[in-house]
Design a protein around this ligand. Structure first.
Ligand code: FAD
Length: 432
């Protein structure tokens, strides 16, 4: 009987467990996890933080769901790997052997690297306990400073505002999320935040977190300004958790390197989800995503390949549908420039492909908060940003994902053209 071991109980690990169990009913499946809350919705943490959903709505799996999977669960940190001996060391459970191993260890927030960053009150938004910690601190706090760019920093801003705090938002550069948004989009969201009462500080960097008796009492900027606050919330990016892969001598770069079957440099070890850097043979490059749906798909595929299949991961267009500063936003495909002063590494809830603006023209149509931007390639639509009204979100997701030839409508996509109508008509025509 083959023994499969999976490290990580996020969406990747859980998708893999389900797939393994349905492919091999009698296989032995051992799951190792260091999060006492197991499997829950990480994107949902932002909505728990801002009070839109109760804590129990984050839970995805019931005790019965786990029971049906017939796994052996080991609580602890996997911290030792010997691929030659097929051994995995777990603190505090000890060492076990595996036939096939899946590393689904996800990613973790990059810490703020300035004096005072370990004071009580400096927080991140990675997991369940982080969110509870922020909520508990917010009960006794009056003001907070949020540092960073991308999705998580704004979710922190909104969550802390919703809890009644005065929030200062530090942006290192001239505008919000410049590697993905264009200037108009950044300004639109900044304006929304300012309207809600957020104090935006551009070209501002934290130099030191100030403390008293171990707790945050303020922050000093590189311009030598001091702002009083009890919470410093950090969203400056995430890093794949590579410690275990490195301990086992596996090939790593930004993530654990895998081929298109999600196999690592060792044939009996696979990696999937946020921690993996997966080869896209069509582009001859490998990518790290920090997105829920691709993580799930990779988990399913890795499991199938662990059982001996050789299925290939086909990279889909990266899509995220979310709410940013109260504005419904869909980000599809290649939309950005790749330059971001606020992000020191991959941003959570994002994909590296969003930052690869190819040689294209870009056109947009905006009215108040409703905004659409298309990134148009030689023969295909390469990306789109849809903000506010979401009628075009699905048509654009489908046109971009199916890579259809847009030559018939390319001449119509001129400045001032009725973009919405053209997209809807073309979508209807290709759907038949
Ligand atoms: C606040 C927030 C908002 C987000 N918003 C979005 C969004 O809008 N859209 C979107 O698509 N995605 C979003 N994401 C990202 C999405 O949640 C991740 O892409 C997804 O959870 C990745 O799943 P994973 O299983 O690969 O990793 P994770 O969910 O990080 O799971 C990895 C698990 O492995 C455990 N682990 C790690 N190392 C070890 C070890 N050595 N031993 C034992 N256990 C270990 C970890 O504790 C963790 O439980 C968001 C994430 C957060 C936190």
């Amino acid at each position: 009987m083959t023994r499969y071991v999976i490290v990580g109980t996020g969406v990747t690990g859980v998708a893999a467990i389900g797939a393994l169990r349905s492919l091999e009913q009698s296989a032995e499946i051992i799951v190792v996890g260091d999060d006492p809350h197991g499997f829950y919705s990480r994107p949902g943490l932002a909505y728990y933080l801002n009070g839109e959903i109760p804590e129990k709505q984050l839970t995805i799996f019931s005790k019965d769901d786990w029971k049906h999977l017939k796994i052996r669960y080991i609580s602890g940190i996997a911290n030792f790997l010997d691929p030659q001996k097929h051994q995995l060391g777990i603190d505090p459970a000890g060492t076990l052997t595996y036939d096939r191993l899946l590393l689904a260890t996800g990613s973790t927030a990059v810490p703020l690297n300035i004096p005072g960053a370990n004071l009580k009150g400096v927080v991140k938004l990675d997991d369940f306990d982080d969110t509870r910690r922020i909520l508990s601190l917010a009960r006794h706090a009056k003001s907070a400073v949020v540092v960073g760019g991308g999705v998580i920093a704004v979710e922190l801003v909104e969550g802390l505002m919703a809890r009644g705090l005065k929030v200062h938002y530090f942006l290192r550069g001239e505008r919000y999320w410049p590697n993905v948004l264009d200037e108009k989009e950044s300004r639109l969201l900044e304006h929304r935040l300012a309207e809600d009462g957020v104090m935006l500080h551009f070209r501002t960097e934290a130099a030191e977190v100030l403390g008293k008796r171990g707790k945050v009492v303020g922050i000093r900027t590189t311009k030598d300004e001091t702002i009083r606050c009890e919470i410093v919330a950090v969203g400056i990016g995430v890093k794949p958790r590579l410690e275990l892969a490195k301990a086992g001598g596996l090939a790593t770069e930004r993530g654990i390197l895998t081929d298109e079957t999600l196999q690592t440099s060792n044939p009996d070890i696979f990696a999937a989800g946020d921690v993996s850097q997966v080869l896209d043979p069509l582009r001859g490059q490998s990518f790290v995503d920090s997105l829920w749906h691709p993580a799930r798909e990779k988990g399913l595929l890795a499991a199938a390949n662990m059982t001996g299949k050789r299925s290939t991961y086909t990279r889909k267009v990266a899509i995220n549908v979310l709410r940013l500063a109260g504005v419904m936003t869909t980000i599809i495909g290649a939309v950005g420039s790749g330059i971001d002063d606020d992000q020191v590494s991959t941003a959570r809830g994002s994909s590296e492909t969003w930052q690869q603006l190819p040689n294209t023209i870009s056109m947009e149509s905006s009215a108040n908060v409703n905004h659409v931007r298309l990134v148009i390639g030689e023969k295909t639509l390469l990306g789109a940003m849809v903000m506010g009204e979401q009628k075009l979100s699905l048509p654009l997701q489908e046109i971009i994902s199916s890579n259809v030839d847009i030559t018939p409508i390319r001449h119509l996509l001129q400045p001032g053209a009725p973009l919405g109508q053209i997209v809807m008509d073309y979508w209807s025509s290709i759907k038949g």
